[in-house]
Design a protein around this ligand. Sequence first.
Ligand SMILES: *[C@@H]1O[C@H](CO)[C@@H](O)[C@H](O)[C@H]1NC(C)=O
Ligand SMILES: *[C@@H]1O[C@H](CO)[C@@H](O)[C@H](O)[C@H]1NC(C)=O
Length: 329
Amino acid sequence: MRELSTWLLICTCISPWVGLGVSIHGEGGGLGAGSFICLNNNILRIDCHWSAVELGQGPSPWLLFTSNHAVGSNHRCVFRASECTLVLPPEEVLVPSDNFTITFHRYVSGKEQVSLVDPQYLPRRHVKLDPPSDLQSNVSSDYCVLTWSVSPALEPLISMLSYELAFKRQGETWEQAQHRDHIFGVTWLRLEAIELDPGSSYEARLRVQMASPEDDLAEEQHYAGQWSDWSQPVCFPSPQTSARGPLLSPRGQPDGTLVAVPVFLLLTSLTCLLFKLSPRVKRSFYQNVPSPVAFFQSLYSVHNGDFQVRAQLTAGVEGESGLAYILTR
Ligand SMILES: *[C@@H]1O[C@H](CO)[C@@H](O)[C@H](O)[C@H]1NC(C)=O
Ligand SMILES: *[C@@H]1O[C@H](CO)[C@@H](O)[C@H](O)[C@H]1NC(C)=O
């Protein structure tokens, strides 16, 4: 509990500095350094954006990443205009326990000035993955399978990756695209023929994010960040489905019928069962059904109330009320 409250305290103190990435406003005695956002691909690359870019002479400003754990590990991210990119050496691939101090360095009147940006930059809290690569389609008669690749460095985390798919007809804009999300831990998915207009060409693209962690995940595995950019799109024709026409298809009723028939059968058998099993239901049901005598006076006098045959004839047409007559007798 104490640990938790310490954490909350730390978070509360730090949160004014931390937006989506790390940001700090004019720290360090009126330097007016602006704010910084640093996102990483959870492998080797950290990209930072600087809001208050200034064009000066002399060396470009830079951010210095100093590891809080590995003594002697520090790396410069040198700005070009408002952006800088730091590529770590392969042996320092980012891991969940990484923790850096970020400082901002620049020359003012020939002297190096340093200001603190973030005393504990945790890369796993600021992830923006590279977009999925190698998106491919394989169209068969009833569906289209899309597959993609994940960087080998992320394979251990594959179950924590969440995807969003956008697909549209060629010629439409991406704003008009249909979306599908909640795609977790896989590297393929299936678009059914009924989701696509026949005879059209489609385009699809994908983006990825570290999945929102479960509550019970340990804090050291807690990832956060934002969506990757979109992948390169893939183009594919809609499946040449044989089961298109509502009545002509060999295996295909239209969907509505496919669902309605079993549901109707189920309801009918349930009703029958209910009547068979429970005289109570039967009684209460008939409390609300007007006696047929009033409506069929003549029939009653002729057949003495036994018009089962007639009722069966109407059952097909009148549905349940006809059915009810058969069941009473
Ligand atoms: C990160 O490093 C700082 C400085 O050493 C330390 O105070 C902080 O507790 C560390 N944070 C985590 C989550 O390890
Ligand atoms: C495409 O799918 C078919 C059947 O699902 C499979 O036999 C074939 O190997 C796939 N082709 C590729 C390139 O994946």
